[in-house]
Design a protein around this ligand. Structure first.
Ligand code: ADP
Ligand code: MG
Length: 289
């Protein structure tokens, strides 16, 4: 079956005008495709080009060379920009910067209003979006009094109310406490697994990235790895060189496997991603299934 590509970059490079350094490109010769329904995590140290890539994918930025196609439309064509941005919404890091109104439901209605959708239809779009993020009972609240995680869920509802096919999250959990982070990850997983939404998740949290179908690693504007979480997290030395960690439990097993005496006695599996896999491995050392 032919997979359904919705976002594609062909040999894409981008340089900010304000960047004085001649040779410095934020994104260099990136080629990739993202298929409908996929959950893709993007990793890389600060300044590696993740945000720039995300903005190229939904037409906020347009490449100086190469081509970005979203839903079959070239982002370089001015008339494609609004439909592309509606179909590929973006959630940013700071929830406060994304709130525009004093009432949750007005905030969520802002996007569809700007699209000129009739008001009776907006009502149902807003209700549905708030329902999806589990914030329906807060419709009449002031967003400013909510927790970080709740605010971020309102920001997600604002995007959902425009009925996008894809959502790009640019470090959307970075400013949240553990509870808020959990709320957003649960929302993202539900959107992907239940609503079949395509998700691109830029994150510094490896426990979030392991939940994706696919992990892309960027360094100096280039995509340097692209694989399943297991493939990516199997190579701990590579991750460290790219300025990243593996999940804690992966790091632990890797550390043990570096000990020559232990490594000779036990065959340490590579790319253990979670506590359950690690526990199963340890049980197996004791001859337990
Ligand atoms: P990341 O999201 O991985 O931290 P960015 O895409 O934000 O990386 O940045 C990539 C490169 O582009 C960095 O060198 C950064 O300094 C530069 N850059 C990002 N935004 C701007 C901007 N608005 N103007 C000039 N340079 C920028
Ligand atoms: Mg960034």
């Amino acid at each position: 079956m032919k997979s359904d590509v919705i976002l594609s970059c062909e040999n894409v490079s981008f340089q900010y005008e304000t960047d004085k350094e001649e040779m410095k490109k934020a994104v260099r010769e990136v080629s990739l495709t993202i298929e409908k329904g996929n959950f893709v995590a993007v990793l890389g140290r600060n300044g590696s080009g993740k945000s720039t890539l995300a903005k190229l994918l939904n037409g906020i930025l347009v490449p100086q060379s190469g081509r970005v196609t979203a839903f079959g439309m070239d982002t370089a064509e001015e008339e494609n920009l609004l439909p592309i941005r509606r179909r590929a919404g973006m959630v940013f890091q700071n929830p406060d910067n994304q709130l525009v109104s004093n009432l949750v439901e007005e905030d969520v209605a802002f996007g569809p209003e700007n699209l000129g959708i009739p008001s009776d239809r907006i009502r149902s779009l807003v209700d549905e979006a708030l329902e999806t993020v589990g914030m329906k009972e807060f419709a009449k609240h002031s967003p400013h009094k909510l927790s970080g995680g709740q605010k971020q869920r309102i920001a997600i509802a604002g995007i959902l109310a425009m009925k996008p096919e894809c959502i790009l999250f640019d470090e959307s959990t970075a400013m949240l406490d553990p509870q808020g982070r959990r709320e957003i990850m649960e929302t993202i997983l539900r959107l992907n697994r239940v609503e079949k939404m395509t998700v691109v998740l830029i994150t510094h949290h490896m426990d979030e990235a392991v939940q994706a179908d696919r992990v892309i690693v960027m360094e100096e504007g280039r995509v340097v790895r692209d694989g399943t979480p297991k493939e990516i997290f199997s190579d701990v030395p590579f991750l460290h060189a790219a300025g990243l960690d593996a999940p804690q439990v992966t790091e632990l097993v890797h550390l043990l496997s570096e000990d020559p005496v232990l490594a000779e006695r036990f065959r340490f599996p590579k790319g253990i991603l979670d506590e359950k896999e690690a526990a199963d491995f340890i049980f197996s050392l004791f001859g337990k299934e």
